[in-house]
Design a protein around this ligand. Structure first.
Ligand SMILES: Nc1ncnc2c1ncn2[C@@H]1O[C@H](COP(=O)(O)OP(=O)(O)OP(=O)(O)O)[C@@H](O)[C@H]1O
Ligand code: SF4
Ligand SMILES: [Mg+2]
Length: 372
């Protein structure tokens, strides 16, 4: 579609291991408009990080390789760029925030050096300008006494503060897109909530396009305008956030909804109580990949893979990959609320969703945050 900031089409990323070829991302397509926020949700190992790393061409090769597809960012094909062009994209246009800031921060450089270096290199600021901007950025992300603390080393900061520094670094070059991969999983509950609030506020204020990756549907609920659910290397459901919580159309999503931990329990949330395990991505099942775990399965589910397509009784841009909820399927009229059980948490989430900023319209994206 014209006018999108990011268009990913039929992306296949594989790892060539001694045991066989891991089909980590297996035909993923999606778009993102400038200023839009998207959540990618799914259990561990479903291909969320590999999708994000593919967008930035950060897949370790070998053993990994993007074997098929296209990634069009701002009109240019990332997969056809030379190394210099890709480095330019990473520094200036797409920023990534990882789960563990210690893996991205250099332990032997001060915080200020790590931010000013990027500002000098990418925005061509002189030293004094870059230091001034660094203080502003650290203030913005809530580092107390930023001017005093900026010359500390990463180990002198707590985990939450380091994640704030990562967010400041991500914002430093006014990126058009921020990819946040489980940015709060390593933090304790209170800090987690603070960092999410910070990200939410910044995304709202600057209208930077934003992809938030998490295994917890509850986390994306109040943060992103659209949600894509991933399972075993594929997108299995796409909808806007309100629609996904009001009218989910895929038994796997029902399982995720059932397993949303309350905020005070999120620390323990790695154990998702959907019975069974995701399939081996070296030899995934030929039909629906969720079939071995799905309580609604029928013979066709094992024999033939369902396409990701629009389903009845849903908004036009709502798609799911399920024989049961597609036209004529046996789950079209099922009351998913009864299937999910306790819906109190979902009601709470819906209230959070109601507070989301409206979808940006064309031309409605403000300029990048130069005047902090
Ligand atoms: N370097 C690698 N070599 C071999 N397989 C890999 C490699 N990196 C990732 N994979 C495989 O690719 C698949 C997708 O992994 P990915 O890291 O994207 O999962 P994820 O959804 O981000 O999970 P998590 O929630 O645990 O971070 C997994 O089966 C994983 O084992
Ligand atoms: S296609 Fe079948 S097995 Fe797969 S989620 Fe739908 S009902 Fe379950
Ligand atoms: Mg991951």
């Amino acid at each position: 579609m014209a006018g999108q900031l990011l268009e990913v089409h039929d992306l296949h990323t594989q790892f060539f291991t001694r045991d066989g070829v891991v089909h980590a991302v297996d035909g993923v397509s999606f778009e993102l408009a400038a200023g839009e926020t998207l959540g990618i949700v799914g259990e561990s190992g479903c291909g969320k990080s590999v999708t994000a790393l593919s967008l930035m061409r950060l897949i370790p090769q070998p053993p990994g390789k993007i074997v098929q597809g296209s990634i069009i960012f701002d009109g240019a094909d990332v997969l056809k760029m030379d190394d210099d062009e890709v480095r330019g994209i990473r520094g200036n246009n797409i920023a990534m925030i990882f789960q563990d800031p210690m893996t991205s921060l250099n332990p032997v450089l001060t915080i200020s050096r790590q931010i000013t270096e990027a500002l000098e290199l990418h925005l061509k600021m002189d030293k004094a300008e870059a230091r001034k901007r660094t203080v502003e950025l650290l203030d913005l992300v809530g580092i107390p006494s930023a001017k005093k603390r900026m010359d500390d080393y990463p180990h002198q900061f707590s985990g939450g503060m380091r994640q704030r520094v990562m967010i400041a670094m991500a914002l430093s070059c006014n990126p058009k897109l921020i990819l946040a991969d489980e940015p709060t999983t390593a933090l304790d509950v209170t800090i987690q909530a603070q960092i999410l609030e910070l990200l939410k506020g910044l995304a709202k204020e600057f209208r930077t396009a934003f992809i938030l990756i998490t295994h917890d549907l509850g986390v994306v609920a109040g943060m992103t305008q659209r949600i894509h659910v991933m399972y075993a290397g594929k997108i299995v459901e796409k909808a806007d956030t309100g629609e996904l919580f009001a009218n989910p159309k895929m038994p796997y999503t029902w399982g995720l909804l059932r397993s949303i931990p309350r905020l005070d329990e999120r620390r323990k949330s790695k154990l998702l109580p959907i019975e069974g395990l995701p399939p081996d991505l070296i030899a995934p099942p030929p039909g629906c990949r969720f079939e071995p775990r799905c309580q609604y399965r029928r013979d066709i589910c094992r024999e033939k893979e369902p396409a990701l397509e629009h389903i009845p009784n849903a908004k036009p841009d709502h798609e799911a990959r399920c024989w049961g909820t597609q036209q004529g399927g046996w789950l079209v009229d099922i009351d998913w609320r009864k299937e999910v059980g306790d819906t109190r948490i979902i009601e709470e989430i819906k209230q959070e969703v109601a507070q989301l900023p409206p979808e940006p319209k064309a031309g409605d994206v403000p300029p990048p945050p130069t005047a902090l």
